[in-house]
Design a protein. Structure first.
Length: 219
């Protein structure tokens, strides 16, 4: 069984927010909700400041704290390492929000509002209600586009190599800063890149063993 993971190259990321937009479109997310985010900061002073760009998302941890604290079993880790939330089981207790050290979960306090209030749902919103019915009072987060991965595998495609089997944020990146693949396969694209570029996870001291890695500096 594969264990899917992602690598983000901070050297080539330009902070264009394309990953945020692609993710939002792929999952028909309501206003104010993002599974993928780009954090932007700045260090230094004029005339030589330096812009910092840090894309973040659910880390799909091998030892996920969110899974351990969920009292209903709504948050669970699949055999392929993808951590997902079952909205039918979610109690809305928000224990997972507190437990997640990366703050990558969102609690839906309200029903999805119309993008154009008073004018009804657009065709895009109607499709979203059928494909991704988000329930008020539940927790949502990135799922590594598990539906794309699963559908691609059924067609014999390789996630991270074939576009139709790869997360939307990866295939939409104009600088090819994101990579997706099997962490348990030492010959996979991501495993080779981790070794070559000395990629590292975010806050390894948390002990959660994230499945998202970053590249920074010379490889």
């Amino acid at each position: 069984m594969s264990r899917w993971g992602m690598i983000i190259n901070l050297n080539t990321c330009i902070g264009c927010y394309n990953c945020m937009v692609a993710c939002k479109q792929e999952h028909f997310l309501p206003m104010g909700v993002f599974f993928s985010r780009v954090l932007v900061g700045e260090i230094g002073e004029y005339p030589s400041p330096q812009k910092l760009v840090y894309p973040v998302l659910c880390n799909h941890c091998k030892d996920a704290a969110c899974v351990e604290v969920c009292p209903a079993g709504a948050t669970f880790k699949r055999e392929d390492g993808i951590v997902v939330v079952d909205p039918e089981k979610c109690l809305g207790c928000r224990s997972c929000l507190i437990a997640c050290p990366y703050q990558q979960r969102t609690f839906l306090e309200k029903q999805m509002a119309e993008h154009f209030p008073g004018q009804g749902l657009t065709p895009y919103e109607e499709i979203g209600k059928q494909l991704y019915p988000l329930e008020k009072g539940t927790v949502v987060k990135c799922n590594f586009c598990a539906e794309r991965v699963d559908a691609g595998l059924e067609e014999g495609l390789v996630p991270g190599i074939d576009r139709l089997a790869t997360p939307a944020c990866v295939i939409s990146c104009p600088t090819h800063s994101r990579h997706f693949g099997d962490l348990d396969d030492p010959r996979s694209n991501v495993s080779l890149l981790i070794r070559k570029s000395k990629a590292f996870p975010l806050h390894p001291e948390y002990g959660t063993q994230p499945s998202v890695f970053y590249i920074l500096g010379q490889s």
